[in-house]
Write a protein that binds this ligand. Structure first.
Ligand code: 13P
Length: 261
């Protein structure tokens, strides 16, 4: 049975590009990426450039997302930008990215609060989950995915969960060039969808989108996006190259067309 989920290609620019570089890059990207309404292409630039890019953005081609957002709407939280402040700029926000978890020591409790704050403020969270190499080697992958997922989806209604996006990003595949094998991705995504079904029921599991991320590029993207249960890709390094990113978007568009036939 075919699903109705829209494939998403997300570009996580991480801590790259200042205002003028990002603007220049977006100009190039808008020329390279075709208008593909049947899929969703989301850019996650740094918070400083969100505002200027939002003015320049071709909204027929792209949506914007934030790489992070704080869960308190306002207050004495030096350095933070809240979901409430982001909500008229972005459709999506990354939550629990492995770099937030490992460099900034964010735990499942923080991820859970951020998911709830995003939902409360009308932003769709892209919850990132994934095991480290150590955890995979010691057979803990499913337990880790289970823990991160259940914490992230805590206190949501089935309808809120259904609208969310989950990104399966094994930590060992991020920025290493060592992407996961498609059968590892398939197994993890099926497990995640099954867990969502246990938590919220089959209908929610059928709706929620699950992406793969970790060294995705224009050469390997089709192997992941073509997986029956995979709804797209969260791309880091390759999203900083407009030609590579445009090729990944094209791959996704072709897969989506096949799914709709
Ligand atoms: P790379 O594609 O550079 O491995 O990064 C993946 C990632 O962290 C996307 O959020």
């Amino acid at each position: 049975m075919r699903n109705n989920r829209k494939i998403m290609i997300a570009g996580n620019w991480k801590e790259h590009m200042d205002v003028s570089t990002a603007s220049h890059f977006l100009h190039r990207l808008q020329e390279s990426v075709a208008n593909r309404q049947s899929i969703e292409v989301v850019l996650f630039p740094n918070v400083l450039v969100l505002q200027p890019l939002s003015v320049q953005l071709d909204r027929r081609k792209f949506r914007l997302g934030a790489q992070d957002g704080f869960y308190k709407d306002a207050g004495a939280y030096t350095g933070e930008v809240s979901m409430a402040m982001l909500n008229d700029l972005v459709h999506y926000v990354l939550v629990g990215h492995s770099e937030r978890r490992h460099v900034f020591n964010e735990n499942d409790d923080v991820a859970s609060k951020k998911v709830q704050s995003a939902v409360r403020n009308g932003i769709i969270p892209v919850l990132c989950i994934g095991e480290t190499l150590q955890e995979r080697l010691s057979g803990e992958t499913k337990q880790i995915l289970h823990n991160q997922l259940t914490a992230g989806l805590m206190h949501l209604t089935a309808r809120e969960a259904a609208a969310m996006v989950i990104a399966y990003e094994p930590v060992w595949a991020i920025g290493t060039g060592e992407f996961a094998k498609p059968d590892q991705v398939e197994e993890a995504i099926k497990y995640i969808r099954n867990q969502v079904s246990q938590l919220f029921g089959e209908r929610t599991a059928r709706h929620i989108r699950i992406l793969y991320g970790g060294s995705v590029d224009d050469h390997n993207a089709s192997a992941f996006i073509e997986l029956e249960d995979c709804d797209g890709a969260l791309v880091g390094g390759a999203s900083l190259n407009h030609e590579k990113f445009a090729k990944i978007v094209d791959v996704a568009f072709k897969v989506q067309q096949k799914r709709m036939d």
